[in-house]
Design a protein around this ligand. Structure first.
Ligand SMILES: Cc1cc2nc3c(=O)[nH]c(=O)nc-3n(C[C@H](O)[C@H](O)[C@H](O)COP(=O)(O)O)c2cc1C
Length: 328
């Protein structure tokens, strides 16, 4: 299997899991890793929150050795805070520190962080320089196509980030204005790849083998990153890996196995967050695992009221009994 290098970190050239705040937590990342995700990135953590030792922010940095190679991700608009926060991150032993320059939400971008940094390239460059000097691991950035269609600057911006010390650049082919609407612009990723010499990670709308191969072929990117396409189907990573290794297309796992994966995933959520908070979070994930199955509308209602792990076991049984004919 081919690998790519981000500084000293070797990563299999298959598919990576995108950072997703309040979705791709430690349990989610671990499950995706188990199914062959080549690389995972943690939920964005506030640099100021870390500098002020906010407990919730620090929790976001908790990682497990199974997740390696992994990055933690920081957001912020101040080079000094970002450097201090990055130093604090080192206590959790990430292999890479990623800087969020793509988040569109007003709470982040409205304060000059996330995608707003693409409107302020000098500030973004100062952040990359100061963070790179502060930590011994590679520093990477995750950007969008630009702020809006009138300000598409991913190519120049990526070149500046490379000059400032970025060891890899992830590009999500949408502007901030487009948020998450269809469709991501794949061509901007190709243009960034042609302009820089550090690895480029292509991201946006990859959901399966076909879209992953298309991202590799049309952009020449070094690695593909998947976010929403992994909801309730962490096996997408093993399907892609297997295809790239052998050319063979694996089907989705049988329903019984999918329910086993859901149980294992939710068990991990409860382990890390406790049953009460964990089961509230598990509702969304369970909904994704049952998507498209027979009885999904009524099963979704069951998902909405999950409060104990036993409820989840009963849900899995109900899924199997409602769908028995189809999988027997
Ligand atoms: C719920 C959610 C949370 C996200 N959180 C982050 C984040 O913390 N940091 C980040 O850089 N991008 C974040 N993103 C953006 C994704 O990493 C990714 O760029 C985007 O979803 C496009 O990829 P996809 O089409 O494969 O989902 C988030 C996206 C979603 C849907």
């Amino acid at each position: 299997m081919k690998t790519i290098q981000i500084g000293p970190v070797a990563i299999e050239k298959t598919a990576a899991l995108a950072p997703m705040a309040s979705v791709a937590d430690r349990a989610y990342r671990q499950i995706c890793k188990r199914f062959g995700a080549a690389y995972v990135v943690g939920e964005m953590a506030s640099s100021k929150g870390l500098c002020y030792s906010d407990r919730k922010t620090e929790e976001l940095l908790q990682i497990t050795p199974e997740e390696e190679p992994m990055a933690v991700q920081l957001f912020g608009d101040d080079p000094d805070y970002m450097a201090r926060a990055a130093q604090k991150c080192m206590a959790y032993s990430p292999q890479i520190i990623d800087i969020n320059m793509g988040c569109p939400v007003p709470k982040v971008a409205g304060n000059g962080s996330g995608c707003a940094l693409m409107k302020n390239p000098e500030r973004a460059a100062a952040i990359v320089e100061s963070v790179s000097q502060a930590v011994p691991v590679p520093v990477t950035v995750k950007i969008r196509k630009g702020w809006d269609e009138q300000h598409v600057n991913a190519v120049e911006f990526a070149v500046l980030m490379e000059q400032s010390g970025a060891a890899a650049i992830t590009v999500h082919g949408r502007t901030r204005q487009q948020m998450y609407q269809p469709y991501a612009d794949i061509d901007i990723i190709r243009r960034v790849k042609e302009a820089v010499s550090v690895p480029v990670i292509g991201n946006g709308d990859v959901t399966d083998i076909r879209s992953c191969v298309e991202m590799y072929q049309k952009t020449g990117c070094d690695l593909v990153m998947i976010g929403r396409g992994s909801y309730g189907r962490p096996w997408v990573f093993s399907q892609i890996k297997h295809y790239l290794e052998t050319g063979e297309v694996l089907p989705d796992p049988p329903l019984e196995e999918r329910m086993e994966i859901m149980r294992e995933h939710v068990k991990l959520i409860c382990k890390y967050k406790g049953e009460s908070a964990g089961m509230r979070e598990a509702r969304r994930h369970a909904g994704w695992y049952i998507k498209g199955l027979r009885g999904a509308a009524s099963l979704r209602r069951d998902c909405g009221s999950l409060t104990t792990y036993d409820d989840l076991l009963r849900l899995a049984e109900r899924v199997l009994s409602l769908n028995r004919e189809e999988w027997e």
